[in-house]
Design a protein. Structure first.
Length: 592
């Protein structure tokens, strides 16, 4: 096989095949670097892409320090015993960067310090009726674009036209304001006129861009394979010690995409991309995923592993939070684990498990200061959460009405089955634990056919739940058991008619006290301005706030508590009090 590979390489212009030792050396800074070389230390290749064309199972691509501006397409798989490895020779010093410096600018006439530069790129996700579609989703024509312009490594936020660019400068006094409150840092504003090949922008300090490092990302993908090109994906690809940054990609189109099975991403950083950061079918370990315009992304699939990873500051674009948002969202995954991970300051939830995700363990993780719920479990089952910290989540909902984004909490479990929350510490969130019900929600799965989801069989034990701004435990049951919905009131002339309606719908009405939900052995404490328990969505007629959860289990209740000192048998005993110190212990890769 290797002789055949060598012949093929010669046919496409390479001088020799890779060495028998199995190491392919890439070093663009070497004076003899050339993609026609043998790929040895003395005669290295210039690009990682050239190495990817040569790999066979068992090969190692060793990449020397430097910044590589390319898209690395991986189409050759390894085997379980002989994976193909892409390894940074010096971890943290090898960067795949999808952006190029731009140095030629023209000042635009007008009072505002707006500059123009060439924009020779057109990023298209689809065609409809012969028209190129340049944004995704359809409802987000500006922020759904893939274009990424940067000043000194910080993105510029997009607007819809040159007039809008002038107007935002005047309204903001030349300081770019986030599209989502408190999310993202921006160096200015930009309008991309891709039809005429121009980019217009102003910078926060109003200066000539010649004084800054201005970059435009011309690469949409940085590494991996697209299932549209390789439906089965790739297997047993290991990537270690690389930094990936700056791509003009869409939501749901990861910049780093190890699609397939049994792949590994380890000691890597994915940062500052327009769309989704990463998706790995397999394992992610000690990775940092930050500042992605859409979700950060993670390992997923059957038997996935996420270990000692950090997701922060992702989803700074105003995507519909009910569509896709957060540090990461996974669906249709199973038998996986999140261990020793941190989700903080993400738009939407920190972690979102959705659509028939099954048998997932979440252990020793931290969810802090996310816009919505720290953890959102939806239409899933057998999710086990143990020894984790949920603190300060639901920040994006401060001051909003209670019926807006209802059910936001440290942990939200919505229309799911047989989940457990044990020995967690849940403090200072919008709500502590929220169980949301608007089921039954029926989905069609490949393995199980139609599955009907509603809250059933949860175990909530041994947790320390305190000082959450709304309710400590909330049953956001938006169903007929708690009375008619306001929109239904006009359909029933009186209570008798409503009672008849209830009897006719009895099979679809869920009583939370009879759904095998066990809430016991928790220490639950509320300060003077906070509430203990909610039963039923407040817009339902029979919804009520209570001080005890009768029928659910025995809990220690502290009402109007002014201090919180849990015993050793509740909560996460080793929950970090210094988050930065905890993150440091994860031994995450640093970035230059």
């Amino acid at each position: 096989m290797r002789q055949l590979a060598a012949c093929l390489i010669l046919l496409i212009g390479y001088a020799t095949s890779a060495t028998l030792a199995g190491d392919i050396i890439v070093d663009q800074n070497h004076p003899q670097a050339d993609d026609r070389n043998a790929g040895t230390a003395a005669a290295p290749l210039a690009t990682i892409s050239a190495a990817a064309l040569r790999t066979l199972p068992g090969d190692r691509v060793v990449i020397k320090a430097g910044t590589y501006h390319e898209t690395v397409s991986v189409h050759t798989s390894g085997t379980k015993s002989r994976p193909i490895q892409y390894i940074a020779d010096t971890p943290g010093k090898t960067i795949i960067d999808g952006a190029l410096d731009r140095t030629a600018f023209t000042r635009v006439e007008g009072d505002e310090p707006i500059y123009r530069t060439l924009w020779p790129h057109l990023f298209i996700i689809d065609h409809r009726d012969g028209i190129a579609i340049q944004h995704h989703p359809e409802s987000l024509p500006v922020h759904g674009r893939a274009d990424l312009v940067l000043c000194d490594g910080v993105p510029l936020l997009q607007v819809a036209s040159l007039d809008a660019l002038r107007e935002t400068y005047r309204k903001t006094n030349g300081k770019a304001q986030p599209a989502v409150p408190n999310l993202g840092k921006f160096g200015g504003m930009t309008w991309i006129d891709s039809g005429k090949g121009s980019a217009y922008f102003w910078l926060n300090d109003g200066t000539d861009p010649q004084k800054h490092k201005v970059q435009i990302a011309d690469k949409q993908e940085l590494f991996g394979c697209d299932p549209g090109e390789l439906p089965g994906g790739i297997q047993n690809i290991h990537v270690k010690g690389l930094i990936f940054r700056h791509s003009s990609n869409f939501a749901q189109r990861p910049a780093v995409w190890l699609y397939g099975k049994d792949n590994l991403l380890e000691d890597c950083v994915i940062e500052t991309v327009a769309g989704q950061g990463v998706s790995v079918s397999g394992t992610m370990r000690r990775c940092v995923i930050r500042n992605c315009g859409a979700i950060g992304g993670s390992a997923t699939g059957e038997g996935f592993v996420n270990e000692s990873c950090l997701w922060e500051d992702n989803c700074w674009k105003p995507y519909d939070r009910g569509w896709e948002a957060g540090g990461t969202k996974i669906a249709l995954a199973s038998n996986g684990i999140f261990r020793d991970c941190v989700f903080r300051r993400n738009g939407g939830p920190g972690l979102w498990l959705d659509i028939d995700t099954r048998d997932v363990q979440i252990n020793n993780c931290v969810f802090a200061d996310n816009e919505q719920s720290g953890l959102f479990v939806e239409i899933s089952q057998n999710v086990q959460v143990t020894r984790s910290l949920f603190q300060g989540n639901g920040l994006g909902n401060i001051g909003e009405k209670r019926d807006s984004d209802w059910g936001v909490a440290g942990i939200t479990v919505a229309e799911s089955k047989n989940c457990s929350i044990r020995n967690c510490t849940i403090l200072n969130n919008r709500d502590g634990i929220a169980l949301r019900e608007q089921g039954p929600r029926t989905i069609n799965t490949q393995q199980k056919g139609e599955v009907s989801y509603f809250n059933l069989g949860h175990q909530i034990t041994g947790n320390f739940i305190a000082n959450n701004r709304g309710f400590q435990v909330a049953f956001w049951w938006d169903n007929a058991f708690f009375g008619p919905h306001p929109s239904e009131a006009k359909l029933y002339a009186n209570d008798d008619e409503w009672d008849k309606h209830i009897e006719n719908m009895r099979d679809l009405v869920y009583d939370p006290a009879k759904q095998k939900i066990d809430v016991h052995g928790n220490l639950i404490a509320a300060g003077p301005t906070q509430k203990l328990f909610l039963l039923g969505a407040p817009w339902r007629r029979e919804s009520r706030e209570v001080e005890m959860l009768a029928g659910f289990g025995d809990n220690e209740i502290q009402k109007n508590a002014t201090s919180f000192d849990p015993p050793d048998d509740v909560g996460w005993i080793d929950a970090p009090t210094d988050l930065q110190a905890y993150i440091k212990q994860l031994r995450l890769p640093a970035t230059p």
